[in-house]
Write a protein that binds this ligand. Structure first.
Ligand code: C5P
Length: 399
């Protein structure tokens, strides 16, 4: 998303300025052109040479280049930018930006620019908590600027509290998410994810190896594209990065069905990514089943409801229902059969015969079948990229 984007990175005089060197590296690696603008005091923390070397562009700090007298136009610079990030942003620069105190190149450029502005504050906890900082940040928000909230942790003063500049990786993520086209704005997306646990007794269950990674990657992608997202999630260790994603936690297939039916009513797109246990014990022993000497317990199983097929029956014409098929053989015909028998609009096939596909991996290799009879096979990719392919295909097939 950042390929070819013009980014101004404003560095101000805080100890976290050393992290901005990593930020430049990550932005350049993502394909962005980075122009670093430093405040005079920032240069006491990190030498401009570090930033000019990493960005491949001379750092701008003054209104004039001293030895040539060349005028650094803050207006041209502001217009060049697709985005401005101020990281670290000190209390002083935040105050100047909020109140229009244009006494250095960075604040002047900020005031001239039309591009979106991201501010990553970094300061001591008491400065961060001061009503003046709070008010200035509120003012900046009211101008439409984006505040990348500082994290809590140990600060340069060795005090522990809120004020640590957000990590460069997360700043890059916020920025690249911003540039994702918001083609799911106004849509509600519901995703089932993870395994289900079917209780045998208080300490045992029937489950499977699903980690929820694919479902959670789909949820992140939908949120990036502007959808309102709910995951009906079985027990998993993964957590969503986006705080906008709603999680409804369930354990069993029955609970997953109830929650999915409720969420489906006002959903525009539903993706059935959960690895639902096909069977559950017909009886729950409320005390731990003891190991008897000679007797081997027999657990009778009953069939679980098919959540995808149930929603397929309840589906309205405007709703788009997607299933997954994890197969080991006769992949294509099994996937096409499930597409029709469950009344889905699309099915995503992954085969356990492909290495890098299936449970627990960070990658997947899929073929997507749509109900107009077409199909498309994709290369092995990260689950994030697979999620993007799935939503691209959903949007294309809805047109
Ligand atoms: O029939 P099979 O389990 O292979 O179908 C896989 C698809 O159906 C997946 O989308 C899965 O989430 C969904 N499914 C379901 N409820 C079940 C079994 C599967 O929603 N009980």
């Amino acid at each position: 998303m950042l390929k070819g984007k013009h980014i101004i990175l404003g560095v101000t005089g805080g100890i976290a300025a050393y992290k901005s060197a990593t930020l430049v590296r990550l932005l350049v690696k993502a394909g962005a052109e980075v122009q670093v603008v430093m405040t005079p005091s920032a240069k006491q923390f990190v030498a401009p040479l570090t930033f000019s070397t990493l960005s491949g562009k001379p750092v701008i700090s003054e209104f004039f280049t001293a030895n040539t007298g060349q005028w650094n136009s803050h207006v041209d610079l502001g217009l060049w930018a697709d985005a401005i990030i101020i990281a670290p942003a000190t209390a002083s620069t935040i105050g100047k930006m909020a109140n229009g105190v244009a006494d250095n190149m960075l604040v002047t450029t900020y005031l001239s620019a039309k591009a979106p502005v991201f501010i990553a504050p970094a300061m001591d906890l008491d400065m961060m908590a001061h009503p003046s900082t709070t008010r200035n940040l509120e003012l900046l928000k009211s101008y439409g600027n984006h505040i990348i909230e500082p994290a809590s942790g140990e600060l340069a003063s060795h005090l522990i509290g809120k004020g640590r500049m957000e990590e460069p990786e997360n700043i890059v993520r916020v920025l690249s998410d911003f540039f994702v086209p918001k083609d799911l704005e106004g849509k509600k997306v519901m995703i089932t994810a993870g395994p289900t646990y079917e209780k045998i007794d208080p300490v045992r269950f029937i489950g499977n190896y699903s980690t929820g990674k694919m479902g959670y990657a789909l949820a992140e992608e939908a949120a990036r594209r502007g959808a309102s997202v709910t995951i009906v999630s079985g027990p998993v260790a993964v957590k969503p990065q986006s705080s906008d994603i709603r999680i409804v936690s369930v354990q069993s297939a029955r609970e997953m069905l109830d929650a999915a039916q409720k969420e489906f009513v006002d959903s525009d797109i539903a993706i059935m990514c959960a690895a639902v246990a096909d069977y559950a014990p017909d009886h729950y022993a409320d005390k731990k089943i003891k190991r008897e000497k000679d007797e081997i317990p027999v657990i009778k199983l009953v069939k679980n409801p098919d959540i995808a097929a149930t929603l397929g029956k309840e589906k309205n014409p405007h709703q788009y229902l997607v299933g997954f098929a994890l197969e080991t053989d006769s992949e294509q015909s099994n996937a096409r059969h499930k597409l029709h028998s469950k009344n889905l609009d699309m099915i995503v096939l992954n085969s356990l015969r492909d290495s890098g596909a299936g449970f627990g991996t960070d990658t997947n290799k899929v073929t997507i079948f749509t109900n107009d009879g077409s199909s498309e096979s994709f290369d092995l990719k990260s689950k994030d990229r697979v999620a993007a392919d799935i939503f691209d295909t959903i949007i294309k097939s809805q047109k």
